[in-house]
Structures are given as structure tokens and as C-alpha cells.
Design a binder for this molecule. Sequence first.
Ligand code: UT7
Length: 324
Amino acid sequence: MGAVILGTGSCLPQKIVSNNDLEKLVDTSDEWIVSRTGISTRRISGKGEATYQLAAGAAEKAMEMAGVDADSIDLIIVATMSSHMLMPSCACFVQKELGARNAFAYDVNAACSGFLFALDSGDKYLRVDKGKKILVIGTETLSSRTNWEDRNTCILFGDGAGAVVLEYQDNPRGVVASNLFSDGTLWNLLYMHSAPSCNPDLQQPDNPGAHILMEGREVFKYAVKAMEGAIQDLLIRENIDLDAVDLMIPHQANIRILKKLVSRLGIKKEKVFINVQKYGNTSAASIPLALDEANREGRLQRGDLLLVCSFGGGFTWGASLLRW
Ligand code: UT7
């Protein structure tokens, strides 16, 4: 009845950076970071681990699981805000890496909600053009967009990629429904500048460089309320009881946001997949990374109902239900 996930894959940089490592860069402590965020380690990219290379690595694993070769991919949608180039898109670099010569490719930028938005685009595309196979990828190297002197942000983020292969199937499996939102009026609570403009008239005097700036407390407040609202609305609209959800994979932003969300929803915590302690906030990569980990751990059985939700810069947020 919608886009079915045939395979999942993920790819992480080799280098593990601990909270103790960050103590050498900024005035912080392992105790502060763990208690405020739940994060213990994160992966940071090195040479040969650019955004598109992580994406291609994740895509290869997803294609292998799906039993699909690069020639049969028709569309590649990449969710990212940290590609090494603005043009061509990260998706075009992924196409080149994979040798997916029959695919067309483009990027989606919805910050941390990027994967959810890209998944929805893939699902809607497949409902119209049913014979296609689509790669949807979330990939980030936020280490390249982090001010390593700002202790408010540099402790939060990590690098990585996750991917899924989608196919339309005429059965109850697949994406059931999505509920997505944006509110651009709140842009200035979480944002990142581009490189300075070449046109003097368009230069922004307050552009400190292309790194993330955030009002953490405000983001926290909105994130919990927005994700809760998106989930509740979706469940009501689809006439589904929260108890019917077998697994919830939220965007892995911060353990305190997740705990608050879980308690407000009233979902059993054993049903919620969390890996933020290992990878930090990997933005658009966080849901597909967690999805691949959960899948390979056997946390998802055929017919299970999966709930995913996200929140990020824009603001952008939403929730989706999938029948596995
Ligand atoms: O996908 C969405 C992306 N964004 C997020 O998920 C972020 C959401 N926000 C948060 O998770 C939290 O707001 C943070 C973890 C970012 C911060 O936690 P907080 O409890 O809201 O702390 P705060 O910003 O209110 O700062 C409290 C204190 C401040 O010191 P003073 O002014 O009270 O003396 C900060 O300067 O903690 C200080 N602080 C730190 N101390 C040690 C801020 N960062 C650090 C740090 N280490 N890394």
C-alpha cells in the first residue's frame, strides 16, 4: 500500500571521540555532557569519510540487504545539510560512487528532520510511479559545521549515514502515513549560515561562518511539544492506538528530550530505540542509523508497527508510521 523498506544500511567514521577528548578542547566535563545530553561518544570523520562517502557506504549495505544492484536504482534522495559542496548535490556524488547510472538524484534539506521528509517524498513518488526503486539516505558530517570553541554545541553532534531501499508493494506493509510540519518563523533558534555572499549587497554583517548556532533551551521546549503533537495527531488521524506501536525510533537528539517525550506520550520505554549515547546527534542520519541498528539486532519483525519522529532546524518536525 506504500513504500516498503527492502533493506537498511549504515556507515560510521572510524574515529571515536569521547567526552574526555572534548574536555581538552572546551571547558566541559564528561559528567556535564552525560547528565545533560546522555551522550558518551560520537564518531568524527577523517580522510575518505566525506558526507557522500559515508552515504554511499550506507547505501551499499542497504542495497546488499535488499538484494538490489546499483543499476536498478531509479532515484536517490539524500537528506543532508553538511555536503562538502553546495553544487552538485550530495546525491549526485552518491550516484557517482555507487555507479547508479540509471538513477536521477537530488538533495533534501530539512535539517534533523531531513530523513523523515525524504522518506515521505520517496513514498509519495512510489505511490504514483509504482515500478521504481528508490534509495533514501540521511548523511551528515556535522563535525565540518561545528564551532569547536563553542561548548554549547560542539558536544552534541556526530557524523554518520544511514540508508534504506524503497519499493512499492501492494500489501499492508510499508509507510502507513506521515504528518510533517515546518515553522520558518522560528528559524533563529537553530540555524547555520552559508559561506559569505560574493554580492556585497547580500552580505550579512553578522555571519560568523558556516556552523551551527542554537538556543538550546528553546529548542528543547519546542522539540518535545512538537514531536508529541505530531505523533498524537497522526495516531488519531489513522485511528491507531499507541499500544499498537511495536517500536519507536525517535531522532536521537538528546536523552532528556527523548525521556520527556516518552513520558508525555506514555509509551513503554522498552519500545523506544535509543543509541544517542554512542553517536550523539547525527541530524538527518540519526533515524536511518538507528533503524539499521534496530533492524540488524532483530528488533523488527515482519508486520510490526514502527513509529518514527523528528525535530530540527527550520523548525521542521513530524512523525511517520510504517508497517514492517
Ligand atoms: O535536533 C535538535 C538539535 N538540538 C538539540 O537537541 C538541543 C536541545 N537542547 C539541549 O539539549 C540542551 O539545551 C543543552 C544540552 C544544549 C544544554 O543543556 P541546558 O540544561 O539547557 O543548559 P543551558 O544551555 O541552560 O546552560 C546551563 C549552563 C550554562 O552556564 P551558566 O550560564 O549557568 O553559568 C552554560 O554556559 O551550562 C553551561 N554549559 C556547559 N557547561 C559545561 C553549556 N554547555 C556546557 C558544556 N559543558 N558543554
